[in-house]
Design a protein around this ligand. Structure first.
Ligand SMILES: [Zn+2]
Length: 239
């Protein structure tokens, strides 16, 4: 690969040595990339704030001798200032960045994950309804091959009277096969909107008990998939 260019979303950074950082990026064509940004913590760094999450950046990188690549150039495509300047939106963005960080694999291109993350950040920067984050979680679960069943009972295929949602069996359940968490009819409709091609409509939903239900279900479904709680979600739950 040598020298290459790609665009990506900065997921997180951590310090390396005196002046450098390791930057994790969800790229469009190269999967998750971990790369060294040399001198980025110096006051006069040529990178400035361009490598802070959740910036959308155009990067030029080269493969180092270690597994870490090295960032040679970075140009900002979008700083997502509306997200950074709002603690609530930033917290929600971080939960999506954490999910992308845990789902993305180094050396395995995943352009759909990149595109979903970019779309979700743009939605969060825009109207920012309550279903942006749960919508992203459910969509990436579907991308991973763990799409929950939300239109019928996972036990008997009944399409009416869906009253429960069970993570272990993979979705909604009817009254006769009630296991798991109780779910309202309105929340079942929203889950269907998100997963059956009406995400745009779901993103315009106003906050309600049903959106809160879907938020909790999506978070738990993702956690269940990742088999460990995301740190940022734990922070939100305590709030
Ligand atoms: Zn049933």
């Amino acid at each position: 690969m040598g020298l290459y260019r790609d665009e990506g979303i900065v997921l997180r950074t951590h310090k390396l040595g005196e002046a450098d950082r390791i930057v994790s990026v969800c790229t469009r064509r190269h999967g998750k990339v971990r790369a060294v940004a040399k001198g980025v913590r110096k006051t006069k760094s040529r990178f400035g704030a361009r490598l802070e999450p959740p910036t959308h950046v155009q990067l030029q990188l080269y493969e180092g001798r270690s597994e870490l690549h090295v960032i040679d150039q970075a140009e900002t495509i979008d700083h997502f200032r509306d997200i950074r300047d709002d603690l609530d939106r930033l917290t929600r963005a971080v939960s999506m960045l954490e999910a992308a960080d845990q789902l993305g694999l180094e050396g395995e291109p995943n352009p759909a994950l990149f595109q979903m993350l970019l779309g979700a950040l743009r939605a969060l920067a825009g109207h920012s309804g309550p279903l942006v984050v749960p919508g992203f979680f459910l969509k990436v679960l579907a991308l991973e091959g763990f799409r929950p069943v939300v239109d019928r009972c996972v036990e008997c295929d009944a399409v009416t009277d869906l009253v429960a949602f069970d993570l272990d069996s993979g979705g909604t359940r009817c009254a006769a096969h009630r296991v798991g968490t109780a779910i309202s009819p309105a929340a079942v409709v929203l889950l269907g909107d998100i997963l059956d091609g009406r995400l745009g409509q779901a993103l315009n939903e106003r906050p309600s008990d049903a959106t809160t239900e879907v938020d909790h279900l999506a978070t738990r479904a993702l956690e269940h998939h990742l088999e460990r709680r995301l740190r940022s979600i734990a922070i939100l739950d305590r709030g």
